[in-house]
Design a protein around this ligand. Structure first.
Ligand code: ADP
Ligand code: MG
Length: 278
C-alpha cells in the first residue's frame, strides 16, 4: 500500500523528560489506530527497543546501516503487535558521534538512509527517538524529519530548555532542512496543579500557542513499570491514566498529522482528551 510517510523526531536535549516513553506509547497507540508505524531508536541506551519488547542485537541498528554493514530493510524488526515495527539501537551507536562526525554526509546520513523506506510508502509514521544531546546523531535526525515533537516537564526553567531545542530547529530549518517544523510540545509527567506547574504551562502556551498539545501526560506508576516488562503501557494496562493519556495524544497527533488523506472523525468518546488544568 502506498502511503504518505511522515517522519517525526521526538527530541529534547534534556534527559529524563519522557522522550522514549512518548515514542513507545505514541507509536503503540497509533498502531492500535491501524496506522503503520516504524520507531527508530537512535539512543545507544536502547530504552525504546527494550520498551517495545525487543532485545539489543549487535548489527541490528541504525549504526549498522550508517556504517554500510546492512541495507535498512534488514534492520527493520517487527514487534509482537500489528503495525508496530522498530529499528533497534545498540551500544555501537554511542560511537557514531565520533566515528561519523567527520563524514561529508554527516548531516544527511539519516535522511538518506530513511529515504527508501519513506518512498516505499510502507509506513504512515516514522518516529525517531533521539538521544539527549545536540550531537551529530540528533542533528542528522532533525535533518531527516518533517516535524519535531518536544516532550517537556512543566518545571522551573522549562522555557530555557525549550529555547535551546527550538533554536536548534530554527538553525536547521534555515540551513539544511527548510521543511522542518515544530510539530508540537507535550507536557509529560504532570503530577500536580501546583502554581509553579500551571504558571510554567501558561508561559509555554502563551509563547507557543497552538503548538502545545491539549493532552497532558500525567505522572503514573503504570507508565514507569511498563518498560521493565517490554510492553507499552498502552497495551499493558490500557485503562490506566497513563495509557488513556497516550491514546488521547495519539488521536490529537493524528489529527495534526493526517496521512493517506484520511479525515479524522470527531473525538472518539471512549478516549477523553484531557483539558489543561486552569
Ligand atoms: N508519565 C510518566 N509517569 C511516570 N513515570 C514516567 C512517565 N514518563 C516517563 N516516566 C519515567 O521517567 C523516566 C524517564 O523517561 P524517559 O521516557 O526514559 O525519558 P527520556 O527518553 O527523555 O530520557 C523513565 O524511568 C520513565 O519510565
Ligand atoms: Mg530516552
Amino acid at each position: 500500500m502506498n502511503r504518505m510517510t511522515r517522519v517525526i523526531a521526538i527530541a529534547n536535549q534534556k534527559g529524563g523528560v519522557g522522550k522514549t516513553t512518548t515514542v513507545v506509547n505514541l507509536a503503540a497507540a497509533l498502531s492500535a489506530r491501524k496506522r503503520a508505524v516504524l520507531v527508530v531508536d537512535l539512543d545507544p541506551q536502547a530504552h525504546a527497543t527494550l520498551g517495545l519488547g525487543l532485545e539489543k542485537q549487535q548489527g541490528v541498528s541504525m549504526y549498522a546501516v550508517l556504517s554500510g554493514q546492512k541495507p535498512i530493510a534488514d534492520v527493520i524488526q517487527p514487534t509482537k503487535w500489528d503495525n508496530l515495527n522498530v529499528i533497534p539501537s545498540e551500544v555501537d551507536l554511542a560511537g557514531a558521534e565520533l566515528e561519523f562526525g567527520a563524514r561529508e554526509d554527516r548531516l544527511t546520513m539519516i535522511k538518506d538512509a530513511l529515504q527508501p523506506v519513506k518512498e516505499s510508502g510502507t509506513f504512515d509514521y516514522i518516529l525517531l527517538d533521539c538521544p539527549p544531546s545536540l550531537g551529530i546523531v540528533m542533528t542528522s535526525a532533525l535533518v531527516a524529519t518533517d516535524g519535531v515533537l518536544i516532550p517537556i516537564q512543566a518545571e522551573y526553567l522549562a522555557m530555557d530548555g525549550l529555547a535551546l531545542i527550538t533554536g536548534s530547529i530554527e538553525r536547521i530549518r534555515q540551513s539544511v532542512n527548510p521543511n522542518l517544523e515544530l510539530n508540537g510540545i507535550v507536557f509529560t509527567m504532570v503530577n500536580s496543579t501546583a502554581k509553579l506547574t500551571t504558571d510554567v504551562m501558561n508561559e509555554v502556551r502563551n509563547h507557543f500557542g497552538e503548538k502545545v498539545y491539549e493532552t497532558l501526560i500525567p505522572r503514573n506508576v503504570r507508565v514507569s513499570e511498563a518498560p521493565s516488562m517490554g510492553v507499552p503501557v498502552v497495551f499493558l494496562d490500557s485503562r490506566s491514566k497513563g495509557a488513556q493519556a497516550y491514546k488521547a495524544l495519539a488521536w490529537e497527533f493524528q489529527a495534526k498529522n493526517p496521512t493517506r488523506g484520511v479525515t479524522i472523525a470527531p473525538a472518539d468518546p471512549s478516549v477523553p482528551v484531557q483539558q489543561p488544568s486552569a
